[in-house]
Ligand binder design. Sequence first.
Ligand code: AMP
Length: 491
Amino acid sequence: MTFEELGLLPELLKAVSDAGYTEPTPIQAQAIPVVIAGKDVMGGAQTGTGKTAGFVLPLLQRLARHASTSPSPARHPVRALILTPTRELAMQVHESVQTYGKYVPLRDLVVYGGVDIKPQTEALRKGVEIVVATPGRLLDHVQQKSVNFNSVEVLVLDEADRMLDMGFIPDIKRILAMLPKERQSLLFSATFSEEIKKLADSMLKAPVLIEVARRNAVTETVTHRMHPVAQDHKRQLLAHILKTSSLQQVLVFVGTKFGASRLAVYLDKQGIEATAIHGDKSQQQRTEALEAFKSGKARVLVATDVAARGLDIDDLPHVINYELPHVPEDYVHRIGRTGRAGKEGDATSLVCPEERGKLAEIEKLIKRPIEQVLVQGFEPGPDFDAAADRGRRGRGGAGRSERGESSREKSAAPRREPRGRSDETRDRPARRVEPAKPKLPKLDFDPSKPYEPKVSPQGTATPEPKRAHHRPKRAVPALLGGGPKADSEKS
Ligand code: AMP
């Protein structure tokens, strides 16, 4: 399959070729013709699959007929609205609009909070056809009457599941109510909960379901390993790994915003260039952190799951889970950044006794045991297995609360080097510890299954198999330090 065969305009083909793409990704091959045909889409795909070009290219094609060089604002009404949950994603999608649309004279704008609203207002007043926005700031513009939706032809809701997690659905509904009924709507989501399906029902007309497998189905090139370690020694172990290896561009995941900043400062003090990205950082700081990481100025980017979501970092070779995620699926999202396009990648997890239950859930999800490797001088002690049982029985007990730091971490930041620490990391295989078997949610997909595209031929969404479990609601707002409105990642 080639981009030419998808029926794209020469201006778009040229932009795609400039971007260096030789063939469409599976989601692009499926979505582009459907969107060009003007149909609604319910897309099951996450960042990294090429989904952005999958909707931006056909959207540009549909709007190309409106391209006008007239300076009159009346000739540039908002025709397409792309909503994203985070500022970073909004910026990235906007970049894609500019990249793919560079030979199509349509105006585009990105609108998000945390920055001065005035330049956005001015740009909106001058007229702009494609607006990429986070919902909160867009509603600010609605209130200011700087934006009018009467001419909107296409609506895209990107990462709808994150919108839900972040409490944006009421805002989305308010925006939907203002749009013309006659329009094309595209909804993309990595997961389809009942709530997302309800939202899809309310905004999509006879949608075509387009799905690509989650990335864990294709990341066979990723090496997974875990180092058992006491909670109190985690940061020394991390510094040790970074100092004794030549790993470059390492994305380190932590559970809390506070933890992210603190860890980056610690690593810096250890002589390891690190920067953090999370919801309490200003937009400027987040952009700078990302730039520093991408350019190689910072060797390590410490991130929370939410802040890292949607980051477009190609071919990231190393992911370290300083803390395991609360929801096992997030492990898949995290490691999805490595081992792309058949390249080698590795995912290392530092697992303290209290996290053994989470580890077992992850192993079950990815359907493979994760190799356990003890690092000499950082062994967790004999209570590792016993604590795992405690951790499984009472997750709240000695574990980490989602809202903040664990009691253990608060009171016991490591003050001493661990016993018998050697300067060399001498890995040796740990005794095989049988993965624990907690009661696990049933998955609505088979993570070991190879990629299988699925487009409903009738042009209707195939109902998702009913989930037999209630997936624990992600406490994303809590992670961000408050209720949905207090969340600084919102705008
Ligand atoms: P996305 O899932 O849209 O965030 O895209 C992930 C990455 O894939 C981005 O860096 C894109 O530039 C890149 N990409 C998108 N489409 C293609 C393609 N057809 N071939 C190669 N890379 C692509």
